[in-house]
Design a protein around this ligand. Structure first.
Ligand code: HEC
Ligand code: HEC
Length: 358
């Protein structure tokens, strides 16, 4: 994989499957699949994510089931087994879980091609630590979802201060696979965002307020699929703290959890056409420290986790200067060095280029 493709893949915040789009060189929403049977009724733009789901669940790459360049061929036994497994999994869910996708490839495989049927033996003679019973959402003193959000807003500087900032230019670097590359993030209220990685060729991941696109300088840009766009639109929310309730009117408090040793309040959001999200707010600071969003595939949900840290205050508002995005198949960190609030940014910077990306 060249660095260029690596970054394009990593930066595709949603589940872009680079090999698929590169192979067909068209928007992944309309690839001509030739030999789908068990997945033939799935939306075309979810086939790539479904392949990624199987690869991650089994801890294998595409070649485990496919002959390179001949994805439609059924030469490999593993591909045939996978078809049977897809049918079996659907049957288990239908018969035992009311059709809800409770059992997936990962429930049994957990990152291995061969599931392990027997419990592991101890590897030391230290007393085994039983897993702590999960804490129930505390009753009585527990804050409501609204109170968690209010605390978040005031931790950021308050609604009035937030509204005074309507655009932001950030310069920093992206760290992935042991290398560092300069990066620029431009973002503007209400929901425009472009991330430019200055690699051998500049690569772009953007949301223009309506749809997402990606591209590399010198090549035509490609539009994101509907689900990629929905995820990207969430990242592009300039004032997420102020708009999250409009986006997810059904925001519900979940079981409190710790993130890197910090106790957090958890809010879960679902809304039609939007990825399911889980938001983690530090109990002490009130700040958002983690967002996990889930992309639906025909075989189960793929998570994208973003951990926010290094909050710094500029012009009376706090923003994270560091975030790490982790998915089952990739992870990178962005570290911002300088921020300019209310930078003048032309809307054209976010628009998908008609011809080649420059
Ligand atoms: C565990 C096995 C498995 C893995 C791993 C896997 N696939 Fe598949 N793939 C399948 C199966 C099974 C089908 C056929 C599904 C059907 O019959 O509906 C398929 C179909 C496809 C198709 C459609 C081909 C056509 O035209 O009919 C493409 C494209 C594809 N896979 C790409 C990939 C890519 C890219 C990866 C790696 C990210 C991958 N697959 C990983 C099992 C796998
Ligand atoms: C209920 C548990 C369970 C689920 C769910 C499940 N599998 Fe399996 N799978 C197994 C077991 C057990 C084996 C090993 C069978 C054997 O050793 O002969 C296996 C074997 C396989 C193999 C063959 C591996 C090899 O080394 O040849 C493939 C490929 C596979 N599964 C794919 C999948 C995919 C894809 C899914 C999700 C659609 C899935 N499985 C869901 C239990 C499961």
């Amino acid at each position: 994989m060249t660095t260029k493709i690596l970054f394009a893949t990593l930066l595709a915040l949603p589940l872009a499957i680079q090999p698929l789009s590169a192979q067909h060189d068209v928007a992944p929403a309309a690839p001509a699949y030739k030999n789908l049977t068990v997945l033939k009724d799935a939306p075309a733009d979810q086939i790539g994510p479904a392949m990624q789901f199987m690869s991650s669940s089994l801890g294998v790459d595409c070649a485990f089931c496919h002959v390179a360049g001949k994805m439609e061929a059924d030469d490999k036994g593993a591909k045939k087994t996978a078809r049977e497994m897809i049918t079996m999994t659907a049957a288990i869910n239908k018969e035992h879980f009311g059709g809800r996708p409770q059992i997936t490839c990962n429930s049994c495989h957990r990152g291995a091609a061969r599931p392990v049927a027997v419990p592991a033996v101890l590897e030391t003679d230290a007393m085994p630590k039983p897993a702590a019973a999960p804490a129930a959402p505390g009753a009585g003193t527990a804050p409501t979802a609204d109170q968690v959000l209010e605390k978040y807003i005031s931790a950021l500087g308050g609604a009035d201060a937030l509204k005074k900032v309507a655009s932001r230019q950030m310069l920093g670097k992206i760290l992935a696979g042991g290398s560092e590359t300069p990066i620029e993030v431009l973002t503007k209220a209400p929901n425009m965002r472009v991330t430019i990685t200055h690699s051998t060729a500049d690569s772009f991941t953007a949301f223009d307020g309506k749809g997402g696109w990606m591209g590399t300088a010198g090549k035509p840009a490609r539009s994101m699929s509907e689900s990629e766009s929905a995820a990207s639109s969430l990242d592009a929310q300039f004032h997420l703290a102020l708009t999250v309730k409009e986006l997810y009117p059904q925001l519900r408090r979940g079981r409190p959890e710790a993130v890197a040793g910090v106790d957090c309040e958890v809010l879960n959001g679902t809304a039609p056409g939007k990825p399911m999200v889980r938001l983690y707010f530090a109990k002490d600071s009130g700040l958002l420290v983690r967002m996990v969003r889930f992309a639906d595939t025909p075989l189960g949900r793929m998570p994208t986790q973003i951990d926010y840290s290094d909050y710094r205050e500029n012009d009376g508002v706090k923003a994270p200067f560091k975030w790490t995005l982790s998915r089952p198949n990739g992870r990178f960190t962005i570290q911002i060095a300088t921020v300019k609030n209310n930078a003048a940014i032309d809307n054209a910077r976010f628009a998908k280029p008609a011809g080649d990306v420059k």
